[in-house]
Ligand binder design. Structure first.
Ligand code: FES
Ligand code: FES
Length: 928
């Protein structure tokens, strides 16, 4: 590491006076400085979020003299003498305050990263028009992106924002589960006080900036780094691989860990870090990276699966032959014979591309050294996994690393992997100064994980009556340069590629293949959404060949409690897939009729279609232990401290886990103090992924709540039937018509500082899979089915989704509003995957070129909640987070086939591909 004492410089600044939220301010800033920057960094108004700094996301929307503008595109000098309103000031007006309340009660804020921009844009509309139409609302928020909610609850909240507010529900003790409780962390999300990764900076923090490879594959060497530091006053240090004191190798799955903090001599993908500059923020940010002393030698890169598998291809990792990271396999019965004997068969080949997570909050955080330990505050989905990897990198004990998760502005899987954390840890460790790192949007896109591109081939057979007999499925996943979650995708997909159907003869083989592209990792569904795109379209083809209604085909083949899955698991109870399909049946029949009527009277180039697809998804890790531990303590003030390490990334686990625990204990949720995430004060609840927090952490919370109740009952020697009333400073026991009051201050404290502490661990009961993938990979599955109604412009190739009806078996809807929010958000992401989203490394590394659905793209979503309880889940609950995204894309693609008779082999169905396929099919028809 090269270092010199820091020297500070400053650009010319001027005094700029304006008003913010009714308060006059004067800032000393260059007139060209972005207003968003001035608001956040100079005035501490961090409610205004920055998602792109380019006018693409709208997260930074503020009012300037009442007009909504992107604060990242406005120069500070332009607002001299003007009135600015940010989210922090909205509550000062009745319109703004009512709207904030409406967002809360309608569940319109999930992660909350878009919420300030949405609220500000909507306030501007409502100030002009308090009874807007839906299309006016859509227009008003059209420039603000949301990746979590699917926009529908936002639109509803705005439309009803000035009518009498929906009352908040405050359930009585024992009555929280099943209620539409307002999210417990919601207020901070609507008033702008929530702290995300970039929202806190320790005094005097230095900035960290990574130098990244501009090439997909390149060798490199550094020039004189000491001279570089000396020549740049304000730069404190340059860090490289030589500065990693521990093991320079990390990864989310330890046996496959392969990623260095900094590439050593060869960068394996475009965007890989080779060095980091640490210094005064204004100097580090202003530095032209082209002046950094590194010499690149571009090398031929493996850009796709075929190149990686070609004989003689360079091996990206020496120990992984043929660039195969890992293989997955599930085999049952005799698939070759069954297919040979099948009366009806269908086959297909499908390809999907990289999909970018596009959460609104880019990765950010800060770190400081504390003695011989390190503290990192950053956005993350997996604090304990981060702790372990940072300890390895620094070569210190895990207990010396404290991870403090901030609010997470969307994760969807990508924030399971390390991003800013290792750079922050190394800089703070070596310099013993607080350091901060905030990714730009482009940096986030080029360096963080993506959904795996998949290439899938499959063949299925059924009887003349439509009974499935066999499926042969093979898939290669482009896992990029490092392993990340490639092994998980390869293992999970073969278990799920049958869909939620009984398939007696089955073979699913997968491979994760390394290329010189950005690592592919976890993204809502771990490969299952890609597999469902192939398998659900193939089953439609089979149904057509049988001459059977496509929904009836699915109902006929749906798993039930007593049929074995493709791994031989018989669940016995809680298999709700048939109920999901049955719930769609009347709507399916009506929608099919409507589409047929529309098409027979169609004028112009429009054709309508209806598609359906099913889904199943195992909650938690595949055949691996994934425990959660929850601790709760009764405090002397009569409140209950709930220590749970699950990170709420917007899905609502803070609220759901509390609802479950409250009912198990028999206390109102208002009595709870929630302590979440921080590795120093909460036990390990595992990672927020794989739809496991409601199920696994929820079950641990249930057990801890029940245990605390039992301990209190034992302490006061009451009967099991007793009712415990938690009150300020005391508890009252009611039994057999008698009341006994206990002053908590009179009782001794235990080693945790509570009157009584209860702790419980739950690890879902699974069994390992054998060499053929037979076993019990998951204790609980969630099930669902979506129906999509679409309209195709056959001349332009555009597809408009008119409505999605989504039936999900969630076991028990602990909080229906939050469950619906997951479904609507999943539908939006599935729609994006079906119709518009594809990332090409090296191109379009921003939110201008990489398109995600806007409010105007999302149709009405009708959620149907089926509650076929899990015998294991808390109050019968199953997961919903990943489940919600899986069936949307295949339902849309099946609707596309229904509308215009085309099957696209390459997804997404962008207008050019749709138009080309329509033309090809018309030419085929003419030839034919
Ligand atoms: S940060 Fe200003 S539009 Fe994205
Ligand atoms: S709630 Fe809109 S981006 Fe998360």
């Amino acid at each position: 590491m090269a270092t010199v004492p820091a020297v500070r410089t400053r650009e010319d600044t001027g005094a700029i006076a304006f008003s913010v939220n009714g308060r006059s301010v004067v800032v000393s800033s260059p007139p060209s400085q972005r207003l968003s920057r001035v608001l956040r960094e100079d005035l501490g108004l961090t409610g205004t979020k920055v998602g792109c700094d380019a006018g693409d996301c709208g997260a930074c929307t503020v009012l300037v003299d009442g007009d909504p503008v992107c604060a990242c595109l406005v120069a500070a000098g332009q607002v001299a003498g003007r009135e600015i309103t940010t989210v922090e000031g909205l509550g000062q007006s009745q319109i703004g305050a009512r709207l904030q309340q409406s967002f809360l009660t309608h569940g319109a804020a999930q992660c909350g990263a878009c919420t300030p921009g949405m609220l500000v844009a909507a306030t501007a509309l409502l100030e002009q028009n308090q009874t807007p139409s839906e299309s006016q609302v859509m227009d008003a928020i059209g420039g603000v992106l949301c990746r979590c909610t699917g926009y529908r609850k936002i639109v509803t909240a705005i439309l009803s924002g000035q009518s009498d507010a929906l009352a908040e529900i405050h359930p009585e003790a024992g009555n929280a589960v099943g209620q539409r409780v307002v999210r417990l962390d919601g207020k901070r999300k609507v008033d702008g006080s929530e702290i995300f990764g970039a929202d806190e900076v320790p005094m005097g923090a230095l900035a960290v900036r990574a130098i990244r490879s501009p090439y997909h594959r390149a060798q490199f060497h550094f020039g004189d780094l000491d001279e570089f530091v000396s020549a740049h006053p304000g730069i404190d240090a340059v860090l490289t691989a030589k500065d990693v004191p521990g093991k320079d190798c990390y990864g989310v799955i330890p046996p496959f860990a392969d990623q260095p903090v900094f590439a050593h001599t060869e960068a394996r993908y475009r965007g890989e870090a080779v060095a980091a500059i640490v210094g005064a923020p204004e100097i580090v940010e202003a530095l032209d990276p082209a002046t950094f002393p590194v010499v690149w030698q571009e090398l031929p890169a493996l850009m796709d699966i075929d190149e990686a598998l070609a004989p003689g291809a360079p091996q990206i990792h020496a120990h992984r032959e043929e660039n195969v990271l890992v293989r997955g396999r599930v085999v049952r019965g005799d698939v070759d014979r069954a297919l040979a004997d099948a009366e009806i068969t269908a086959e297909g080949e499908y390809e999907t591309g990289f999909v970018e997570h596009a959460y609104i909050e880019p990765e950010a955080g800060f770190a400081r050294r504390v003695g011989d330990g390190i503290e990192i505050q950053a956005c993350t989905q997996s604090p304990y996994m981060d702790r372990s990897d940072i300890a390895t990198i620094l070569g210190i004990a895990p207990e010396k690393v404290r991870i403090i998760p901030t609010a997470v502005g969307g994760g969807f899987g990508s924030k399971l992997d390390l991003s800013v954390q290792p750079f922050l840890a190394l800089a703070a460790w070596h310099l013993d100064k607080p350091v901060r790192m905030v990714y730009s949007r482009t940096e986030s896109i080029i360096s963080t994980t993506k959904r795996h591109p998949a290439r899938m081939r499959l063949r299925a057979g059924c009887t003349r009556e439509g009974k499935l007999v066999a499926l042969d499925f093979a898939a290669d996943f482009n896992t990029g340069a490092y392993s990340s979650w490639g092994p998980t995708v390869s293992a999970r997909v073969p278990v799920h590629a049958s869909g939620p159907y009984y398939v007696p003869h089955y073979r699913a083989l997968t491979r994760a293949i390394h290329t010189n592209l950005v690592p592919a990792g976890a993204f809502r569904g771990f490969g299952v959404p890609q597999a469902a795109i192939a398998q659900e379209q193939l089953y439609d083809d089979l149904a057509d060949r049988v001459g059977m209604d496509r929904l009836e085909f699915r109902i006929l083949n749906a798993l039930d409690n007593n049929t074995p899955t493709v791994t031989g698991q018989v669940m016995g109870e809680g298999v709700g897939i048939r109920a999901c399909f049955e719930a769609l049946k009347p709507k399916w029949q009506a929608a099919r009729k409507q589409a047929a009527a529309f098409n027979s009277n169609a004028v112009g180039p429009f054709q309508r279609g209806v598609g359906v697809a099913g889904m199943w998804y195992g909650c938690g890790n595949t055949s691996l232990s994934n425990p959660s531990t929850v601790q709760i303590g009764l405090q002397r003030n009569g409140r209950i401290a709930l220590h749970q390490g699950a990170v709420d990334i917007g899905q609502g686990s803070n609220t759901i886990v509390t609802q479950i625990c409250a009912d198990a204990l028999g206390a109102p949720i208002a009595r709870f103090d929630l302590i979440s995430g921080d590795t120093a004060v909460t036990p390990d609840c595992g990672k927020t992924s794989a739809s496991r927090q409601t199920f696994v952490t929820g079950k641990a919370a249930y057990m801890a709540g029940a245990q605390l109740r039992n301990s209190i009952i034992a302490l006061v020697k009451a009967c099991e039937c007793a009712r415990i009333l938690f009150e300020d400073g005391h508890i009252t026991i009611e039994e057999n018509g008698n009341r006994r009051k206990f002053t908590l201050a009179d009782l001794p404290l235990d080693q945790h500082g509570y009157v009584i502490t209860a702790e419980a661990t739950f690890d879902p009961p699974t069994k390992p899979l054998d060499k053929d993938g037979q076993g019990t990979p998951y204790a609980v599955f969630g099930f669902g089915a979506h129906m999509a109604e679409i309209e195709v412009d056959t001349e332009l190739g555009t597809v408009r989704v008119l409505k999605v009806t989504a039936a999900h078996d969630v076991g028990r809807a602990i909080n229906p509003t939050l469950v619906e929010g997951q479904i609507e958000g999943g539908v939006a992401q599935g729609l994006g995957m079906a119709l518009m989203e594809e990332f090409f490394p090296g191109k379009g590394e921003n939110l201008h070129d990489y398109l995600i659905p806007t409010a105007g793209d999302i149709p009405p979503v009708e959620s149907i909640l089926i509650e076929d309880p899990s015998p294991i889940g808390p109050f019968g609950a199953k997961g919903i987070g990943e489940q919600a995204v899986i069936p949307t894309a295949p339902a849309i693609l099946n609707a596309l086939h229904d509308a215009v008779g085309i099957r696209l082999r390459k997804i997404p169905a962008t207008p050019d591909r749709v138009r080309a396929a329509i033309l090809a099919s018309q030419q085929g028809d003419r030839r034919g």
